[in-house]
Design a protein around this ligand. Structure first.
Ligand SMILES: CC(C)(COP(=O)(O)OP(=O)(O)OC[C@H]1O[C@@H](n2cnc3c(N)ncnc32)[C@H](O)[C@@H]1O)[C@@H](O)C(=O)NCCC(=O)NCCS
Ligand SMILES: Nc1ncnc2c1ncn2[C@@H]1O[C@H](COP(=O)(O)OP(=O)(O)OP(=O)(O)O)[C@@H](O)[C@H]1O
Length: 209
C-alpha cells in the first residue's frame, strides 16, 4: 500500500482537494475531522482540555470560541493543547493506516495540516502541497468569519511557511487560479498514482515556486 500525504496552510484548499480525491474513490484520513471528534460532545480530549483551560467545557460540551481565544492568545496554552491532541491524532492515524492495509487498499490519503511539522511526512510515499497566494489565503479564512486577523496570523505563525512547504512537495496543487485548473491538476495526480511512471509523476509535479 502507498500513502499520499496531503497538506497546506490554513485556507489553502486542502479540504477542497481532499474532496476531489475522495470522489475519485480514495480513502482519506482527515486530521481536522479527527480533532473535531476528539473535541466533540463528550470527546476523549475534553477532560484534559477542561483542566488546561478552566471554563472551556460545560456539561461535556466544548466552547470552541473560548478555546480558540485562549490557545491563540497564549502560546503556552496552544502547546498544552497540541500535547493533548497530537498523540491522539497519531493513534487514530495509525489505526486508519492499519485498517486500509488489511483491506488491501492500493493508495490512501493522509490529509494533515501539520504533516511536515509533526513528521508525518516520513510515512508518506509522496506528498502533495496545496497552495495559493498569501493574500488569497487570508481572504478565504477571514471570509469564513470564525477568526480575527490576529488569530489568523497566530495560526499561520505556527505553520511552516508556504515556500518551504512547496520546496518539500512532490506535487503542488494550485488553488489560486480557477477551480477548473485545480480539478485538472488533481486529475494529473490521480493519473500518476495509477500509472506510477516517472513521466506521469513529472507531469503531475506543478511549479516548484
Ligand atoms: C485552535 C483551535 C481550537 C481553533 O479551532 P477552530 O475551530 O477555529 O479552527 P479549526 O480547528 O477548524 O482549524 C483550522 C485550521 O487551523 C490550522 N491549525 C489548527 N490548529 C493548529 C495548530 N496548533 N498549529 C498550526 N495550525 C493549526 C489548521 O490548518 C486547521 O485546518 C483548534 O484548531 C485546535 O484545537 N487546534 C489544536 C489541534 C491541532 O494542532 N490541530 C491541527 C491539525 S492536527
Ligand atoms: N481551486 C479553487 N478555486 C477557487 N476557490 C477555491 C479553490 N480551492 C479552495 N477554494 C476556496 O477556498 C476556501 C478554503 O478552502 P478549503 O476549505 O478547502 O481550505 P483548507 O485548506 O481545508 O482550510 P483549513 O486549513 O482552514 O481547513 C473555500 O472557501 C474554497 O471554496
Amino acid at each position: 500500500m502507498r500513502i499520499l500525504g496531503l497538506t497546506g496552510g490554513i485556507g489553502m484548499g486542502k479540504s477542497t482537494t481532499a474532496a476531489l480525491l475522495k470522489r475519485a474513490g480514495l480513502r482519506v484520513f482527515d486530521a481536522d475531522a479527527t480533532v473535531a471528534g476528539l473535541q466533540g460532545p463528550h470527546g476523549a480530549a475534553l477532560p484534559a482540555i477542561a483542566r488546561l483551560v478552566p471554563g472551556s467545557v460545560r456539561d461535556g460540551v466544548l466552547d470552541r470560541t473560548v478555546l480558540r481565544q485562549a490557545a491563540l492568545s497564549d502560546p503556552g496554552v496552544m502547546q498544552g493543547l497540541e500535547a493533548i491532541i497530537h498523540p491522539l491524532v497519531r493513534r487514530a492515524r495509525a489505526r486508519f493506516v492499519e485498517r486500509a492495509r488489511r483491506d488491501g487498499c492500493r493508495w490512501v490519503v493522509l490529509d494533515i495540516p501539520l504533516l511536515f511539522e509533526t513528521g508525518a511526512d516520513r510515512i508518506c510515499d509522496r506528498v502533495v502541497v496545496v497552495s495559493a497566494p498569501a493574500s488569497m489565503q487570508r481572504q478565504r479564512v477571514l471570509r469564513r468569519g470564525r477568526m480575527t486577523p490576529a488569530q489568523i496570523d497566530a495560526i499561520i505563525a505556527r505553520q511552516m511557511p508556504d515556500a518551504a512547504r512547496r520546496r518539500r512537495a512532490d506535487v503542488i496543487i494550485e488553488t489560486g487560479l480557477s477551480r477548473h485548473e485545480t480539478v485538472r491538476q488533481v486529475r494529473r495526480l490521480l493519473y500518476a498514482m495509477r500509472e506510477g511512471s516517472p513521466a506521469a509523476w513529472a507531469a503531475a509535479r506543478g511549479k516548484p515556486t
